[in-house]
Ligand binder design. Structure first.
Ligand SMILES: *Cc1c(COP(=O)(O)O)cnc(C)c1O
Length: 405
């Protein structure tokens, strides 16, 4: 293709809220996508941990086409049987008890925060406070950006919502000290593996200690699994590796394999806090989105995608560690971390430039927390595709570290 025929996309009428790459994608198949100029990419970003089943999945697409001809949307004025179907699937897989449906991650987290506040009010706590974490990301509404532990997300949007206490991750002593003698605490709220914050896992011991503390103090344990949930780590939900259950679990991203679906799954302690009139969402739980969620879970099970995420994720991690051995030894790469197909390569310096370089080389990735290359591909990724990610990415990282040394 000659340079003259290559289209560089622009969006003059769309509000300028994203630092976009000069790429417009036109279609995809499996873990591959093609741009409007016909260039092929291996998709290691999966729409930011959204495209669970990859692109143009042969079972998902016909199911959605079937649903389009029946009902796209009704209203929560009526029962929506597909909501009950998806709720049952989520309840069985989480061991929890009930579900509220919405459309996005921040909306799920807003519902969680409202649950925490009403849990407090129901107990006579007038000014409930929620413990949140450094480097957390919970969304971009006013309440969820207030819960987020990133000054860049908050800058320009004050006054922030009050009622949050911030603590460092994986430090039970700090959590106890920050809440000592405070009768207004109602909940502890965190991601089992921080996504936007740089792929930072909560330690298994810490998860168990926080669960015990929440039981002791009658707090809600609220685990944001919007990014790390839905099979990404090799279990349905990342906290399940620690053998615990939260009281409140927001979900979104991978739940509809690309169709917007959000959910708040709750256990018995939070199941009856909301009563009719307390909360709602016009689009939440509509038939199209519910069908996407139901089919996503069924297809994941039929194809063994939890086991695949665990196996291919471990292979990817080992491959990256082997290919980046020299860079790990000399400190250019601090760590390859994560679980299943949620992987971060933590570099010693800001590396946002790698995103374009990887795209040029035919690989879609992201860089988060300035210096962490994040890989959250579709859960259908094969071992061969994982090898391809390593073969493209590792030399790019090595070259970048060398030239910026
Ligand atoms: C992406 C994300 C959100 C926000 O989800 P949106 O759908 O963009 O509102 C919230 N929490 C976590 C952990 C996320 O990764």
């Amino acid at each position: 293709m000659t340079a003259a025929t290559v289209t560089t996309p622009s969006s003059p009428h769309v509000m300028n809220t994203y630092g976009r790459l000069p790429i417009a994608l036109s279609h995809g198949q499996g873990c591959r996508v093609w741009d409007v100029n016909g260039k092929e990419y291996l998709d290691a970003l999966g729409g930011i941990a959204v495209n669970t089943l990859g692109h143009n999945h042969p079972q998902l697409v016909p199911a959605l086409q079937d649903q389009l001809t029946k009902l796209i949307h009704t209203s929560n004025y009526y029962h929506i049987p597909l909501q009950e179907d998806l709720a049952k699937l989520l309840v069985e897989r989480s061991g929890m008890s009930n579900v509220f449906f919405c459309s996005t991650g921040l909306e799920a987290n807003e519902a969680a925060l409202k649950l925490a506040r009403k849990f407090g009010h129901d107990k006579g706590i007038e000014r409930p406070e929620v413990v949140v974490y450094e480097k957390a990301f919970h969304g971009r509404s006013i309440a969820t950006l207030s819960a987020t532990g990133n000054p860049k997300v908050q800058a320009g949007f004050g006054p922030l919502v009050e009622g949050f206490i911030r603590v460092p991750v994986n430090n039970i002593a700090a959590l106890k000290a920050a809440t000592e003698g405070n009768p207004n605490v109602v909940a502890v709220f965190f991601e089992a593996i921080q996504g936007e914050g740089g792929v930072n896992p909560m330690h298994m011991d810490y998860l168990r200690d926080v669960r015990a503390l929440c039981d002791q103090r009658d707090w809600l344990l609220m685990i944001d699994e919007v990014q790390c949930g839905m099979g990404r780590t090799g279990k349905w939900f990342a906290h399940q590796w620690a053998g615990i259950k939260p009281d409140v679990m927001p979900l979104a991203k991978g739940l509809g394999s690309g169709v917007p679906v959000g959910a708040v799954v709750v256990g018995p302690k939070a199941a009856t806090i909301f009563q009719p009139g307390n909360h709602g969402s016009t689009f939440g739980g509509n038939p199209l989105s519910m069908r996407a969620g139901v089919e996503t879970i069924r297809i994941m099970e039929a194809e063994g995608l939890l086991a695949n995420a665990e196996k291919v994720g471990a292979h990817l991690k080992a491959g990256l560690e082997a290919a980046l051995k020299a860079e790990i030894a000399n400190g250019g790469v601090k760590e390859v971390r994560g679980q299943g197909l949620m992987m971060g390569v933590d570099l010693s310096k800001p590396c946002g430039a790698l995103v374009q370089r990887a795209a040029d080389a035919g690989l879609l990735i992201s860089v988060t927390a300035d210096s962490v290359v994040r890989l959250v591909p579709p859960l259908i990724l094969s071992v061969a595709e994982a090898d391809e990610i390593v073969a493209i990415l590792a030399p790019l990282i090595a070259a970048f570290l060398k030239e910026t040394a």
